[in-house]
Unconditional design. Structure first.
Length: 108
C-alpha cells in the first residue's frame, strides 16, 4: 500500500489520482513498451495508450490494474502538496540459500 503525506496526515493513494504523465514516466523508467505493460496489467495496448495520452478517461478498474502492475514492478506513486511523481523502490536482492549459495556477477 502506498501513502501520501498531506499536512502531516498519511492517506492511501487511490488509483483515480494517478495521472497519465505518471503512467508514461513509470513505463519509461522501467524500459517497457506499451505492449509489455498492457500485458502485465491485463488490458489492451489501445486502452493503455489512451490512458497514457489522456485521450480517454479510463475506468477506475483499469487505472487500478495499471497501478498494481507498475507497483509490482517496483514503482511507487508519490503525491505531496498537489505535486505528483513516481520513483522506483529499491528492490530486495534475492535471498541466499545454503543450497544455491551467493549469485552475482562473475560468480558461479
Amino acid at each position: 500500500m502506498h501513502f501520501t503525506v498531506s499536512r502531516g496526515v498519511l492517506r492511501s493513494m487511490s488509483p483515480e489520482s494517478i495521472t497519465s504523465a505518471q503512467i508514461r514516466a513509470a513505463r519509461a523508467m522501467l524500459g517497457l513498451q506499451q505492449e509489455q505493460l498492457a500485458k502485465k496489467a491485463r488490458i489492451t495496448r489501445k486502452t493503455l495508450a489512451g490512458a497514457e495520452n489522456g485521450d480517454a478517461q479510463p475506468f477506475d478498474s483499469t487505472r487500478l490494474k495499471i497501478k498494481l502492475a507498475l507497483e509490482k514492478l517496483g514503482v511507487e506513486f508519490l503525491e505531496r502538496d498537489g505535486a505528483r511523481g513516481i520513483m522506483l523502490k529499491a528492490l530486495q536482492p534475492p535471498a541466499v540459500t545454503k543450497e544455491s549459495g551467493p549469485t552475482g556477477p562473475g560468480e558461479s
